[in-house]
Design a binder for this molecule. Structure first.
Ligand code: ZN
Length: 73
């Protein structure tokens, strides 16, 4: 259990992120070290998709290993 708990503490560090109670792993290489960015969606025309609840911003995690982007609203 200690292995998983170590990731719960990594929300603002480089040792892992969790969204919806699942650890984020890169879809391409499986890495768990990410750089966090935020992205504004107000120029992407998503209002018609009823995404106003997301405050028109997204969290983007950039894999430090391969550069793959993981998007979270
Ligand atoms: Zn990766």
């Amino acid at each position: 259990m200690g292995f998983l708990e170590s990731f719960n503490r990594g929300l603002s560090g480089n040792d892992g992120y969790e969204f919806a109670d699942r650890q984020v792993a890169c879809a391409h290489c499986g890495g768990t070290a990410f750089d966090e960015r935020s992205a504004q969606l107000n120029t992407m025309g998503l209002t018609f998709l009823d995404l106003d609840w997301a405050n028109r911003s997204a969290t983007v995690l950039v894999c430090q290993n391969c550069g793959h982007l993981e998007w979270f609203l």
